[in-house]
Design a protein around this ligand. Structure first.
Ligand SMILES: Cc1cc2nc3c(=O)[nH]c(=O)nc-3n(C[C@H](O)[C@H](O)[C@H](O)COP(=O)(O)OP(=O)(O)OC[C@H]3O[C@@H](n4cnc5c(N)ncnc54)[C@H](O)[C@@H]3O)c2cc1C
Length: 504
């Protein structure tokens, strides 16, 4: 990861002092570590802190910035930008609420990015080298490479281990589009440090990162074209939910070109021209191109062969359900080995590694219930199976849907687009999955994730009292709808008999 920071910027200097201290001296390695952690992103930091907290002797190696993608070039900067974008949209839409803003919204983009850098620096002490040293972890700055099945080398120093965890994450894929490299492009590693708002931005890739940033830049005032090679945005998500998000992106001014691929790019008169294939031949002119077209695992340079750790350059390090690699001493966690590339998934996997690697635990990844969310407006959150996955797998299921327009809080807030969709077992009170599309869907999905983790069904959700008026009533209303289906004709007949009898 190269993280372009703004030279001389006070907040970026604070960030670097925490996550890449310029005067850092690597310690003398211990004779042998319980756990050597390679990579100090979420997975690595959680593994290192967890293991050290339990008394293990731990080494943590980071080649770039502690905090990894999430803090430096992922969740944190993106969500800070999204917040500013939401403020701009709220001012734009204020008249819907009877609030007149005479001159409308004007976005001060340098102030937006300054705010982001300040928050990022404020959050960075938690991931700092000093904090981890304070936790008793030996922090090494440098690139780690295996030199055998029980040792890695960093900056000429040998770290011997009983167990190691590869937590080296992933990076943006660079699609092999002719002319892309010559034209120059942004990825998540560089987009957060652009000095000024691009007048025209072409976003290549309509997954979560592409959609979130397309909407944010459109709300800031860029003319955004979002190009996706599937027929819908967020192709892995529930199609009804993705459609609502697409409508919202379009309302914000994003031009959607879906089912299209970029054939080639050339620079003409200072403009970047993207030539599209699929559909009618078309050209898109842009001042900047953001590539958000998938991820590749950081397997290079680790010399995994020396440790007998198998890997694939697309899928990453090969692990079993307990996150053990083909070398029984070596485990992996996070983006490097997971299809679910999320911070909270990396965190959960790191906890599994600590148990399994250090204490011969039997924790399994397949037991995890992992929700996720795309932080567009409205948000799209998912846990468990989508309706389409249940169909594709021929799983018997029933679907219950509650439109957010019939949830009072959503109507009161003027945010009634969206729904809660619950996929349930047809015979048992078992939740198979849920899709929520709504503002704050990422918060709402937590209740369903809890229910699935604790193996609670919709009856319990229906019995749970939800404060009025809140959006989570959407979840309760689905549960109520499910409950009503339990009133079979026989039960209804019995109730009627009982009530008739008790009238006297
Ligand atoms: C724009 C964007 C927004 C995102 N937003 C969200 C979000 O809102 N919510 C969410 O859950 N997820 C989000 N993600 C995904 C999230 O950032 C990742 O899933 C998460 O950071 C993965 O953590 P990790 O520890 O596996 O890897 P990383 O954070 O990538 O850490 C790996 C570390 O290993 C280091 N490393 C690599 N090779 C070596 C080596 N040989 N020696 C030493 N160190 C090495 C790297 O420098 C890096 O610091 C977002 C991603 C992007 C791109």
């Amino acid at each position: 990861m190269t993280v372009p920071t703004v030279a001389g910027d006070e907040d970026d200097s604070r960030l670097l002092a925490n996550v890449r201290p310029p005067d850092w001296a690597n310690p003398e390695p211990a004779p042998r570590y319980n756990l050597v952690v390679i990579g100090a992103g979420t997975a690595g930091l959680v593994a290192a802190a967890g293991a050290a907290g339990l008394g293990a002797r731990v080494a943590l190696v980071e080649r770039d910035l502690l905090g990894g993608e999430c803090l430096n070039v992922g969740c944190v900067p993106s969500k800070a930008l999204l917040r500013s974008a939401r403020a701009a949209a709220q001012v734009r839409d204020a008249h819907h609420f009877g609030v007149v803003v005479p001159d409308g919204a004007r976005v001060d983009f340098p102030a937006v990015t300054r705010r982001m850098r300040q928050i990022r620096a404020d959050l960075s002490p938690h991931d700092s080298a000093a904090r981890f040293r304070g936790l008793g972890v030996d922090v090494f700055l440098g690139r780690a490479a295996f030199v055998g099945n029980d040792a890695v080398e960093v900056g000429g120093k040998m770290l011997r281990f009983a167990r190691a965890v590869v937590a080296t994450g992933s990076r943006a894929a660079h699609p092999p589009i002719p002319g892309l490299a010559e034209a120059g492009f942004l990825t998540n590693e560089t987009v957060f440090s652009v000095p000024e708002l691009p007048r025209r931005l072409a976003v290549v890739g309509a997954g979560a990162t592409g959609c979130e940033l397309a909407q944010a830049f459109a709300r800031f005032g860029s003319a955004v074209t979002l190009i996706g090679n599937h027929d819908s945005i967020l192709p892995a998500e529930d199609p009804d939910a993705a459609r609502l998000v697409a409508e919202s992106l379009a309302r914000d001014g994003t031009r959607l070109l879906l089912g299209r691929e970029v054939a080639a790019i050339e620079v003409r008169g200072g403009e970047k021209i993207l030539r599209l294939k699929g559909g009618t031949a078309e050209e898109v002119a842009a001042d900047a191109i953001l590539v958000a077209a998938g991820r590749v695992p950081n397997v290079e340079g680790l010399n995994l062969e020396a440790a007998g750790v198998e890997y694939d350059t697309h899928a990453g390090v090969t692990v079993d359900d307990r996150l053990q690699t083909t070398n029984p001493r070596v485990f992996a966690a996070g983006d490097i080995c997971s299809r679910l590339k999320f911070t909270h998934a990396a965190d959960a996997m790191a906890r599994i590694v600590v148990r399994n690697a250090l204490f011969r635990g039997r924790a399994r990844v397949s037991d995890l219930v992992v929700p996720w969310c795309t932080y567009t407006d409205p948000e799209l959150a998912q846990v468990g199976l989508t309706e389409r996955e249940a169909c594709d797998r021929n799983l018997p299921h029933r679907v219950f849907v509650q439109e957010m327009g019939r949830v009072d809080r959503a109507a009161l807030d003027g945010e009634s687009a969206g729904f809660v969709k619950m996929i349930v077992h047809p015979k048992r009170d078992t939740i198979l999955g849920a899709t929520i599309v709504a503002p704050h869907a990422g918060e709402m999905i937590a209740e369903v994730a809890l229910a699935m983790t604790a193996k609670l069904g919709l009856r319990t959700l229906a019995d749970t009292i939800h404060a009025y008026p809140t959006r989570t009533e959407g979840v309760k209303k689905v549960a109520d709808a499910f409950n009503r289906t339990r009133l079979t004709p026989t039960v209804k007949w019995l109730f009627e008999k009982w009530l008739a009898w008790s009238r006297g």
